[in-house]
Design a protein around this ligand. Structure first.
Ligand SMILES: Nc1nc2c(ncn2[C@@H]2O[C@H](COP(=O)(O)OP(=O)(O)OP(=O)(O)O)[C@@H](O)[C@H]2O)c(=O)[nH]1
Ligand SMILES: [Mg+2]
Length: 184
């Protein structure tokens, strides 16, 4: 029966939950928009999102063999607490850092390391997305590795990826990283 189903419908898709987190306005929703639709949200959307930050959103991204549910944790601390239970099913963590927001880097470092020390996040792969690379005051990757204390991360695979949701830089690399999760 299973083999007949497989012949007609192909093998069942693997489903993966990936948690996307980051400080408010770090660029999470814009990256998801780029990944999903290949566009940067318009100025009007950006203006609206400045008032109505994402609370929590599930987005499915299909590849040939995978359904990836990219869960945007949003910025509201209250909602984050309610979603801690959801973390149990997470295959990997994406943490988004705005490289033009030097004033909030320490806040981002603390939050990222808090996430990593959560029992549900043990051994889980990590992608640190450096967002808004197109902005002129962006810090270098080397400086960000240092300021976010990424070199102390042990016992899991991690990668840093510069992106710009505005220009599309680095977005295909994020998509490739998501796809290779299905192989691990
Ligand atoms: N220049 C530039 N601006 C960006 C980029 N990505 C996002 N922005 C802007 O940054 C602001 C916040 O982006 P969002 O994608 O809404 O950020 P978020 O992390 O989803 O925010 P919350 O939902 O509040 O947590 C918006 O004004 C975006 O237009 C980028 O790559 N380049
Ligand atoms: Mg958002």
């Amino acid at each position: 029966m299973g083999s007949v189903y497989s012949r007609v419908c192909g093998p069942p898709r693997k489903r993966l939950n990936v948690l996307m987190s980051g400080l408010s306005a770090s660029g999470k929703t814009s990256i998801q928009c780029r990944l999903r639709f290949g566009i940067f949200p318009t100025e009007i959307c950006s203006y609206v999102s400045a008032f109505f930050c994402t609370i929590s959103e599930d987005i499915e991204i299909n590849s040939s063999s995978l359904s990836i549910f990219l869960h945007d944790l949003g910025a509201s601390a209250k909602m984050r607490e309610q979603h801690v239970r959801w973390w149990r099913d997470v295959a990997a963590l994406i943490y988004v850092v705005d490289c033009s927001d030097e004033d909030r880097l320490e806040e981002a470092r603390i939050e990222l390391h808090e996430h990593l020390s959560d029992a549900n996040m043990k051994d889980k792969n990590l992608l640190v997305i450096i967002s808004k690379r197109d902005l002129p005051n962006a810090l270098s990757d080397e400086m960000l590795v240092d300021r976010l204390n990424l070199n102390v991360i042990k016992g899991r695979e991690w990668k840093i990826q510069s992106t710009s949701a505005k220009t599309g830089e680095g977005i295909s690399e994020v998509a490739a990283w998501l796809e290779q999760l299905g192989d691990s």
